[in-house]
Design a protein around this ligand. Structure first.
Ligand code: PLP
Length: 403
């Protein structure tokens, strides 16, 4: 990862961008969005991609996804505003928040959304005033406590209760297009998808027989993982399991996926600056101009452990062989010290990392974290009056800038 990031740091001129635009700075490389979508399309051919805008609701990501020909999964009116502003065809998008006010449902319908998600009879009743071309997917819950964020603990009905909800929809005259689930964000094995797909396909078959209806959509959600401080299985491995489970799906089913993290995380790199340091009883503390109330909110919210490098570590030319790499690593270890990296606020929980070995850092030095595109900028707060990191979007070969 260090080698790749070093190459990126040079290619994108992270230090130059930080000088020109200030820090903290999130550098968004839209080419990475396209590369991730290509990988998904290659590994999951025939699966319609609806990128979860919640991960990174930024115009540069929207433009890259739209230009690729993929669509979006939206959860709010504000996300629809963003998509409309970029000229996205709203009719192709899916609205996946199962708890939505009547006003929001109506507004989404009027703007073009035709596929919604429900997981409760009361929610179905909120569709009463909408024409029958507003169809619903029933959200199922498949608990996955191993995931970074187990969305099934909040949303979805257990498969055993799905029949009653479908009956309620049909009695209310609300067409059911099919089913959806989310196996949990940052799921690191194909098994949860395999189990969920098989169970859902079985359920769809049973309910089609029971209600004399036909479904046409299976939405396998998001959850595709990225490597933060530890490797994760390649998408190829996870996709093999998914394709195997999908093999028994009727050909008439449209299969949808809603990747968020996988598309957004690799597209943004965070550059921060040291604003102070102290030697304390428990060792050296280094304070950055961003922390867990900003882009590093993924640390407390999701248990992510982002990699953090001193920009100076990335400046040296890449070594050519294994022995040289080991020698450089030994040298670096000798000249480094364990530090506690803290954010800029006055809050005790604003700690980014403890015991992290870094070269001696002084005020003004730059640090770099890769994989900071997903659920970082979007949930950042203004705690202590500190503005979230600015996003600087690159396009083309990472050389032309846009905002
Ligand atoms: C309904 C839905 N779909 C997709 C996603 C994207 O998930 P991930 O980022 O794990 O791919 C989310 C994330 O919150 C979601 O709630």
């Amino acid at each position: 990862m260090r080698r790749r990031l070093a190459a990126d740091a040079r290619r994108l001129d992270l230090a130059g961008l930080a000088e020109r635009h200030g820090t903290p700075l999130l550098v968004l490389d839209a080419d990475r969005v396209t590369a991730q979508l290509l990988e998904l399309r290659r590994r999951l051919p025939g699966v319609e991609l609806h990128v979860a805008l919640a991960a990174l609701p930024h115009p540069a990501l929207i433009r890259a996804v739209d230009a690729f020909g993929a669509s979006f999964d939206v959860a709010s009116r504000a996300e629809l505003d963003l998509l409309e502003h970029e000229g996205v065809a709203i009719r192709r998008c899916v609205h996946t928040h199962p708890v939505t006010s009547i006003a929001e449902l109506t507004s989404a319908y009027l703007r073009g959304i035709r596929t919604f998600v429900v997981d409760d009879p009361a929610e179905v009743d909120e569709f009463d005033g909408l024409p029958p071309d507003a169809r619903v997917l029933v959200r199922l819950s498949f608990p996955n406590p191993d995931a970074a964020s187990d969305l099934s603990s909040t949303f979805g009905v257990p498969p055993e209760q799905a029949s009653a909800l479908v009956a309620h929809c049909l009695a209310a005259g609300r067409p059911v297009a099919g089913f959806t689930f989310h196996v949990g964000s940052q799921t690191t094995s194909a098994e949860p998808w395999r189990r969920a797909i098989r169970r859902t396909l079985k359920l769809m078959h049973e309910l089609e027989g029971r209600f004399g209806t036909t479904f046409d959509t299976l939405d396998i959600g998001g959850g595709f993982p990225v490597a933060y401080d530890e490797p994760v299985p390649a998408l190829a491995e996870i996709a093999d399991g998914i394709r195997e489970a999908l093999a028994s799906a009727p050909a008439r089913y449209r299969v949808i996926a809603e990747p968020g993290r996988f598309v957004a995380a690799p597209a943004m790199t965070l550059v921060t600056r040291v604003i102070g340091s102290e030697d304390r009883a428990d060792g050296r503390w280094v304070h950055l101009d961003d922390g867990v109330y900003g882009a590093y909110s993924n640390i407390p919210a999701e248990g992510v452990r982002p990699l953090v490098f001193a920009a100076s570590e990335l400046a040296d030319r890449p070594v050519t062989d294994e022995d040289a790499e080991r020698a450089v690593r030994r040298l670096r270890e000798r000249s480094s010290e364990p530090v506690t990296l803290a954010g800029p606020t006055d809050d005790g929980v604003d700690v980014v990392a403890r015991g992290l070995r870094l070269p001696r850092l002084g005020v003004g030095d730059l640090l770099v974290s890769p994989m900071m595109g997903a659920y970082t900028w979007a949930p950042a707060t203004r705690f202590d009056g500190i503005e979230p990191a600015a996003v600087h979007a690159l396009s083309g070969a990472g050389l032309r800038a846009s905002t």
